[in-house]
Design a protein around this ligand. Sequence first.
Ligand code: CP
Length: 337
Amino acid sequence: MKHLLTTQGLSKDDAILLLDTSAQMAATQSRENKKLPTLRGRTVVNLFYEDSTRTRISFETAAKRLSADVINFSAKGSSVSKGESLKDTALTLHAMGADAVVVRHSASGAAHQLAHAGWLDAGVLNAGDGMHQHPTQALLDAFTIRRHLVGNVGEDGRGTDTSAGADLSGLRIAIVGDVLHSRVARSNVYLLHTLGAEVTLVAPPTLVPVGVETWPCRVSYHLDETLEQWQPDGVMMLRVQRERMSGGSGSFFPSPMEYSRKFGFDARRLAVLPEHAIVMHPGPMNRGLEISAAAADHPRSVIVEQVANGVAVRMAALYLLLAGTDPGSETSTDERN
Ligand code: CP
């Protein structure tokens, strides 16, 4: 595995390997000494052209837990503000000996370009490119679903994980909200389908992308009907991305109040789900818009656990790119080759 750019085209074997390796990494994180020597002497660059809290910090934590040297690059405050191109930035990172580059960029396809333009030898991990893909988010979501709904772990997440090797067959996951702008939704639809889960996207017609009929999922415009009749095992709420809407004005629907009434997740909607069902959100959340505080903070919410699992999943991805054996073809995680 040379790059991790997308979940579309990721084989089931590679997906299971990533999840199983994540479980092994998670086990090391409950030890007193969390640090492993695996990537000593390797350099990981976090190249962030868009804001991030969870992804950037967890990639940094993951790389440090594997003993890599970490360079954090934020476009704000760099020579990007003087007009430097992605190519010249990549050549600079190459000259500095980067072994892996974790990139977040507002342009869909930026990670693919960085991986394949010949500017770098480094492995590239896509940390979110425009509205396209966010593969490590989908992997940490699948990991969280598997631990809760397939495997057996303690309530603190530290018990024995019995999910090794398992897929998500038979599980139903509803992904709800601003699908149009969501790289998280795209990445999850493909990964969850590969792992055998059934996915229903629920959104207002204005927030459903053109071409969604080619995605491996169902689409519904009615949240209450989906929750009551389909009885999902997990509900993944999406952030309403007002910054990607026309002019960043946020005029996405008749009104935020109506959006919340029709598509917001709250304690009333939680009550119609099966007792084992979990509530997810990739963060950051718009509390009171797509999810109420009562639902976000409910015992069946796994939102904070998703963040914790992100470290283990990113450790696994860095390990498999930089130190692990190749589970398949070099480009098995990149559908464009
Ligand atoms: N889920 C996610 O990508 O969060 P950040 O934007 O904070 O990284």
